[in-house]
Write a protein that binds this ligand. Sequence first.
Ligand code: 6R9
Length: 680
Amino acid sequence: QPLVTTLPVGPNVTCGTPFDQETTVSDQSTAETLANLLKEDRRFEPPAELAADANVKANAYDAAQADREGFWAQQAERLTWATKWDQVLDWSNKPFAKWFLGGTINAAYNCVDRHVEAGRGDKVAIHWVGEPEGDTRDITYAQLKDEVSQAANALTALGVGKGDRVAIYMPMIPEAIVAMLACARIGAPHTVVFGGFSADALASRIDDCEAKVVVTSDGGYRRGAPSALKPAVDEARTKTDKIEKVLVVRRTGQDVAWDDEVDVWWHDAVGGASTEHTPEAFDAEHPLYVMYTSGTTGKPKGILHTTGGYLTGASYTHNAVFDLKPDTDVYWCTADIGWVTGHSYIVYGPLANGVTQVLYEGTPDSPEPGRWWKIIQDYGVTLFYTAPTAIRSFMKQGHEVPDKFDMSSLRILGSVGEPINPEAYIWYRHVIGGDRTPIVDTWWQTETGAVMISPLPGVTAGKPGSAMTAIPGIEADVVDDEGNSVPNGSGGYLVITSPWPSMLRTIWGDDDRYADTYWSRFKAQGYYFAGDGAKKDEDGDIWVLGRVDDVMNVSGHRLSTTEIESALVSHPKVAESAVVGASDPDTGQAVVAYVILRNEAGDGGPDIVKELSDHVRKEIGPIAKPRQIMIVPELPKTRSGKIMRRLLRDVAEGRDVGDTQTLADASIMDLISAGQATST
Ligand code: 6R9
């Protein structure tokens, strides 16, 4: 079946209208659209060899459905428990779940010690690659165990006890992982704050979860130069009085201000500590970490994950989705540990599974544009996990850069963070994966803790742009306003219909906000509301369309920003685009597109705006034609790489651009506002 690119919704009809109402869009464009979409109707079957030897086969879906709790109990057996649970799930106090009741476990023991005890101490856990060339370190599981034990002893000596919160504000160096595991080992929930966040953002998070110790470093390397971190912690200390001690790793050797009462060098405190440390077993529901994420209001939400269920989810999904073969695979996830992807798919999932992985400190194109591909070549990376925004920026540079490297070791490619447009998917598969590698487009959230919807590389015939179906053990659906499952061919809201082990347990300190944000929208059904729009295609496969606030309603037609962006990016002159719905007196909302051209397209020529507008009309239909197209040099992104559509909407609607605190480079907004003046 062709991919349906416009949600089939007619005037005055909300989500969930059956596909046959598409007939309300009755002009020549429908035929045109379908013709174009047929071109996109590609499927990629799993390679036969991979399918034959896959960790998870097709029968897992039915088995999990037949006995969901039994299935999860089986997955929990991947871990080593000090005491086995006596009840898998307690869902009597909805929406507050408890998993593996009565079980006790230590997450750090599972990520480190047990591999050493099993005779794999000499196996490399981390191939660390610093940004300065040649600055590398290989760390075995035995060495990791010693360092984590030392750090656990050092944190204890600094007064950190079970239940105390520790903030971690670090570059991508091994000590960041050591610090996280040391916290887990002593039962002190960590809150990792991305190193790109400002002192204000750091202070407000520390304040909210009352972290008494901060682990940081003097700095890290970014774009060929040392960039400082410690000064932001010093500044944060002027904004919150919660911080008692600051543990500082010396990474760059740059000068740092020093307060003898508070600051402690890592190499003194950790370096001087004993490598003997006995991990304590904690209750399965003991808090493991708090990860802050932005919500619809200004105040970030502290998403709480607990120990047993979270680790079960991270370990199982990492094994299933990447078809992990721990003895032979070399895994690399390019996320920063400051985001949930770094937590679940650099630290907890991969280390619980005992893999060898690459950890890279710096920027993708430093000192040269092919740095990432060189790392894949040098370390023989087999499993690679990154984000569409990175893929699109590599597309901009052209395939000549990756073509210079031997990446034949790769066997599976992953994508996460936003919908991957078919153009990027095809480029990723072809240029990076040599047309051999399945792509797993993994949909999940900080809140879900682990992947929820994804192809399975040995089972699923992937469709470019679709996250496909919920993985075994997870039950997801697309529902209409009333919470009814929509028929195939229709769009609606993405929900998860039953609890899962790695689900968030609450928002730190705010149970009401937790219940309200995620469980009130479909309270009658008891569904988790993800905040994303999605559609089911004619096969019932799921296409995630983006946040529901990014879904536009133009003249009663529901359009996805992602779909129009995807259409724009499929034009040969376009490198990247962002689309927003701006309020419009005639049509309710109107489509406004911001476009970055490819280098080789120059300024695009005199008719570029018309050309692109016609292209969107041709790809999707006249309804999707942008009211305005602005050619811009950059797009405003959060530090995790998500396009800040709110700011673009402000520009499109002629408002002052408000708070840009989480913007990676605030000067971009000036460029865009200036660009608007010349292109409208
Ligand atoms: C893991 C992570 C969550 C939001 C989520 C959705 C978007 C993530 C996606 C995707 C389409 C995918 N998202 N993965 N959309 N396809 N494969 O990114 O967590 O930072 O909390 O973001 O990201 O909109 O709701 P988080």
